[in-house]
Design a protein around this ligand. Structure first.
Ligand SMILES: [Fe+2]
Length: 578
């Protein structure tokens, strides 16, 4: 066991969603994505600002760090690119030139850059394999003594899908699928085909899938399909990601699915073209769910474990997560909330603590690991800007904001530390009445400015969940993190018109009093007024921007949108009095 306090800084960077996470004796004390500081969505750059904030939050300097851990092995990644080039020459030459130059420019020297920027010696820097970082993020902190672990993403060094067995001695590899066969890259190819940005628009594909019927399943299975033994393979003649740095599909792919959608082309599911795109989305979603269920059953058969832990970008597919929990063989399913590459920062740090330094068990994550509001600072800011505010104590704040929401006002709600992961969980949220579709359309048209087909999510107190939502028991740990889309019960779909998707589902958040007491109390107060202890909860940001981090960003977003009320901690600001 290492000496206490043992501080470890985990870093993920240089692909997308860079993040830094600081753990003390296995407990995550601070974690944030770089985008929240630089305001560049999915910012991949070395997270120096996030790391500096983590250290400041803990009141330590880099001299106090026992280890710094990077979430992948740059040399192995370069090896994959070189070998891929040899295997696919001459197609790959351009891809290699572009990819290798980027790689050599940043990633290869990331170790020396981290040491220089943080002022730490080389012998304190560790590198953890990419999928091991993901696996550690899912398993350590799950509370399970033993579990199967499934990681699925685009690609790390070589692995694109991996199965592990987690136990008292750490994580042991069980099986893996290697590049160029990749479920994540296949989903991203369809994301690009449907006119969305890769590594950003995948959840839009998932959101439009219920508008279609999966009539292209046979064609999708010509691109990616299961193989004997529970894995899958990609037909490499149909895709181009193994020999192109810019495109993921080509003519043989288009021969199967038709003309791709231009990003500016409007999405209208009442037209034949719109329906074709929705049908393609439904088909890749269907095949992805089916392949994941195969992988999950394989993981169960190979490990004999009762619980499943998942991470990797594919594990953010909350529709698939529901099916895994409902139809899969595991009694309990856990997903790391920042399942994409950001989560690798925590995973890498936990791996070093548990498996390199021999530390004890890791504690479960709390949701609000990011920067906090400072009330004095916020008051000074508002006064400087001549913004009128009122300070309310806890009870009055809950009652007043519940009145606001029941009166149809849309509220920007900023409390405590910012959420870890891509979802707003009641710390940096926009809240509204979930009843009837009017509020949905209003939030979309005046605040979020996003595609009308994308659903909003409901939040409800955990103890009220079963009243309106049909969640499988195995999904219990997913619901506080909004990681599963579950059916809305018959009879309340109309009541929850603003948050029920076209197929009668919702990505519900079960809010727990222990981890978010103020939001939990607000939901009950709204329920007392309306009979519906549910709120529409969407992330506090405008389209294309990261979630707000600070009071000044919240105020700027309040000014530029149709929000009626802004709450910053105990301070309440009305748009009409500004
Ligand atoms: Fe990854």
């Amino acid at each position: 066991m290492p000496d206490s306090p043992c501080w470890i800084l985990g870093i993920s960077a240089l692909y997308h969603d860079a993040a830094a996470a600081l753990i003390r004796d296995g407990v995550v004390v601070a974690a944030a994505q770089e985008e929240r500081f630089t305001r560049l969505k999915h910012d991949p750059s070395l997270p120096l600002r996030a790391a500096a904030w983590c250290l400041e939050e803990a009141g330590i300097t880099t001299a106090d760090l026992t280890r710094v851990v990077f979430y992948e092995k740059p040399l192995r990644k370069l090896e994959r690119m070189v070998v891929s080039q040899v295997l696919t020459f001459p197609w790959s030459l351009k891809a290699f030139r572009v990819g290798a130059l980027n790689h050599l420019g940043d990633r290869l020297w990331v170790g020396s850059r981290i040491c220089k920027e943080l002022g730490i010696p080389q012998d304190r820097l560790l590198f953890c394999e990419h999928h091991l970082s993901h696996a550690a993020s899912a398993f350590h902190g799950s509370g399970e003594a033993e579990a199967a672990v499934l990681v699925a993403d685009g690609v790390g060094e070589w692995a694109t899908t991996s199965i592990w067995k987690g136990g008292p001695d750490g994580l042991q590899p069980v099986a893996e699928v290697r590049f160029p066969h990749s479920l994540g890259l296949a989903y991203s190819a369809f994301t690009a085909f449907l006119g969305f940005r890769v590594n950003n628009g995948e959840y839009k594909v998932m959101g439009m899938a219920p508008y279609g019927t999966p009539r292209f399943v046979d064609e999708v299975r010509q691109v990616v399909d299961r193989v004997e033994g529970g894995g899958f393979a990609v037909d490499l003649d149909k895709v181009t990601w193994h020999h192109s740095a810019t495109d993921s599909y080509g003519a043989p792919f288009e021969a199967l699915f038709g003309k791709p959608r231009h990003p500016d082309e409007p999405l209208d599911f009442s037209t034949p073209e719109g329906r074709r795109w929705a049908d393609i989305a439904a088909s890749i979603q269907h095949v992805t769910e089916s392949l994941l269920l195969d992988l999950v059953r394989t993981a169960h058969a190979r490990t004999g474990a009762e619980a499943l832990c998942m991470a990797g970008g594919v594990a953010l597919n909350s529709v698939a997560n529901h099916r895994i929990a409902r139809e899969g063989p595991f009694a309990r399913v856990h997903v790391h909330p920042a399942a994409g590459d950001a989560g690798g920062a925590i995973g890498a740090a936990w791996w070093a603590w548990r498996e390199v330094l021999g530390g004890g068990p890791c504690s479960p994550l709390r949701p609000d690991l990011g920067p906090r509001l400072d009330e004095d600072h916020t008051k000074a800011l508002l006064d400087d800007l001549h913004v009128r505010w009122q300070r309310l104590d806890e009870d009055a704040l809950i009652e007043t904001v519940a009145d606001d929401l029941a009166a149809g006002r849309v509220v920007g709600w900023v409390q405590g530390g910012a959420e870890w992961g891509p979802r707003a969980l009641g710390f940096r949220s926009i809240l509204a009445d979930p009843r009837g579709p009017d509020q949905r359309d209003r939030v979309n048209a005046t605040i979020k400015f996003r595609e009308s087909f994308r659903p909003f999510a409901p939040a409800t107190p955990a103890e009220c969940l079963d009243e309106r939502f049909d969640a499988p028991a195995a999904a219990g740990s997913l619901l506080p993190w909004m990681l599963a889309v579950v059916p809305v019960k018959d009879g309340v779909q109309e009541e929850l018109g603003a948050v029920t998707h076209v197929d009668g589902s919702a990505r519900v958040q079960a809010v727990e009093a222990a981890t978010n007491p103020r939001f939990h109390a607000l939901l009950h107060a709204f329920g007392e007024r309306t009979g519906t202890p549910v709120l529409l909860n969407t992330s506090f940001n405008l389209k294309g921007e990261p979630i707000v981090n600070t009071a000044v960003e919240a105020l700027a977003t309040f000014d530029r949108s149709g929000l009626d009320v802004l709450v910053l901690g105990n301070l309440r600001i009305e748009k009409s009095t500004r």
